[in-house]
Write a protein that binds this ligand. Structure first.
Ligand code: RNT
Ligand code: ZN
Length: 419
């Protein structure tokens, strides 16, 4: 099999060379890709605080496929399995509900580094970076639908304390691992029905964010990102942290803006927003997902939306300014399978982008040769990409083509079904 892959690669290499593309250079470029794996795909955003806790905050994981991770050890095993099937280097993206709370229970306003030291060590052993997220949902103090934007001072201060603690933890993560930890803050706050005091809610949010983020940390340790949203289940009429709101916040406070492609009106594309935001903010964080009709967080597939997002990074060499995270949680299929499909799809999009003769396309564009530009973009879609992809996977020591399907079936039999 590997002989066949090498032969196919040699032919593909010549075909790409004929249009001025160096396939070896494209593969080398993949070293710059570092996708942050969202731990919450392994357990439907459940967390380890409370096994019977319900997911709230207007997000939903539907399905009841067997084998979900319910302990840190199970989650680590699942992550290791997923990582073994994905080419390239990844980071870990952890939510605050995934601490080690065994024998050291802590509410959200009490979490400390010690609850996450396990994970930091796990990342260190693997030479991985780690990102972090405050969890402002699935908690009685979020039941009103308002957290940082609440007008109830007790509730608001509880969540401000959570934010403060997540920032301390993030800074320590970055310090220990030697790579900045990106702390993403997303809150579910919004209103089911038409609100009246929109301004009041947003003023509360600004006050809370400013209080919670008052302390400065070195950029080598942690960076703050803020994530907007258009609506959530039960918060259909208004989201306090809208895109306008957070873009303004990020620009004025020198923060990262997190763009989740499930968080916009259906015809808006995040791929178009990256170069806009980067005119005014230093860095962007992405939550790559697949929204079907709403923010459904389906498994990422290799579609045009994802391709544009990724092509924008590669075309503009935005590797150091765009941080790539994933955000999907499908509980209806094998969860490790979901992980691997989605992450491999994102990696494929990067390789496809790296195989683009961008300079020629830009030249057509600048000369007004739009037929030529469109024709080339179309023909590129059916170039022998899979030969380069398989060769890349072979080099990375991960399964090529469909071979990972069998590995996941085996893991399901040996591990997941025994849980
Ligand atoms: C919710 C946001 C948020 C969450 C995760 C679990 O709509 O996308 O990023 O999905 O934090
Ligand atoms: Zn998200």
């Amino acid at each position: 099999m590997s002989e066949l892959i090498k032969q196919a690669y040699e032919i593909a290499k010549k075909q790409y060379a004929a249009i001025g593309v160096d396939t070896d250079a494209a593969i080398a470029k993949m070293k710059q890709v570092n996708i942050s794996l969202h731990c919450w795909q392994t357990d439907d955003v459940g967390g380890f605080e409370n096994p019977d806790g319900e997911l709230s905050g207007g997000i939903q994981a539907t399905g009841n496929y067997p084998g979900k991770a319910t302990t840190i050890d199970e989650m680590k095993a699942d992550l290791d399995k997923a990582i073994s099937l994905i080419p390239g280097k990844q980071r870990l993206n952890l939510h605050a509900i995934y601490g080690n709370f065994v024998g050291q229970k802590a509410d959200r306003d009490e979490i400390e580094v010690k609850h996450f030291q396990d994970w930091i060590d796990w990342c260190k052993e693997r030479g991985m970076g780690m990102d972090f997220n405050g969890t402002f949902f699935s908690h009685p103090k979020a039941d009103s639908g308002f957290t940082l934007s609440s007008k109830d001072e007790e509730i608001r201060l509880f969540w401000v304390e959570h934010l403060k603690r997540t920032r301390e933890i993030a800074a320590e993560i970055g310090k220990q691992l030697g790579t900045p930890c990106i702390l993403n803050t997303w809150i579910p706050d919004g209103s089911k029905d038409t609100p009246v005091d929109r301004n009041g809610m947003r003023a509360q949010l600004t006050k809370s964010l400013d209080e919670g983020m008052a302390k400065e940390f070195p950029k080598e340790y942690m960076k703050d990102a803020v994530e907007s949203k258009v609506f959530g289940i039960g918060a259909e009429s208004m989201t306090v942290g809208s895109h306008d709101y957070y873009l303004g916040y990020a620009i004025s406070r020198n923060k990262l803006i997190c763009l989740d492609n499930g968080h916009f009106h259906p015809t808006e594309v995040v791929g178009d927003k990256i170069s806009s935001c980067l005119q005014f903010v230093d860095e962007v964080l992405l939550h790559v997902t697949r929204p079907i009709r709403w923010d459904s967080d389906h498994v990422v597939t290799l579609n045009e939306e994802v391709q544009l997002i990724v092509s924008e990074i590669v075309r503009n060499n935005f590797f150091s300014r765009v941080n790539v995270g994933l955000d999907f949680f499908d509980a209806s299929i094998n969860r490790i399978g979901a992980y691997v499909i989605g992450t491999r799809a994102a990696m494929k999009a990067f390789l496809i982008a790296a195989l683009e003769p961008t300079k020629d396309l830009v030249k057509f564009e600048e000369e007004g040769k739009y037929f030529e530009r469109l024709a080339m973009l179309e023909e590129l879609k059916t170039m022998p990409f899979s030969a380069v992809w398989d060769y890349y996977c072979l080099q990375e020591g991960v399964p090529t083509g469909m071979a990972y399907i069998g590995e996941i079936q085996q893991y399901e039999k040996d591990v997941l079904l025994k849980r």
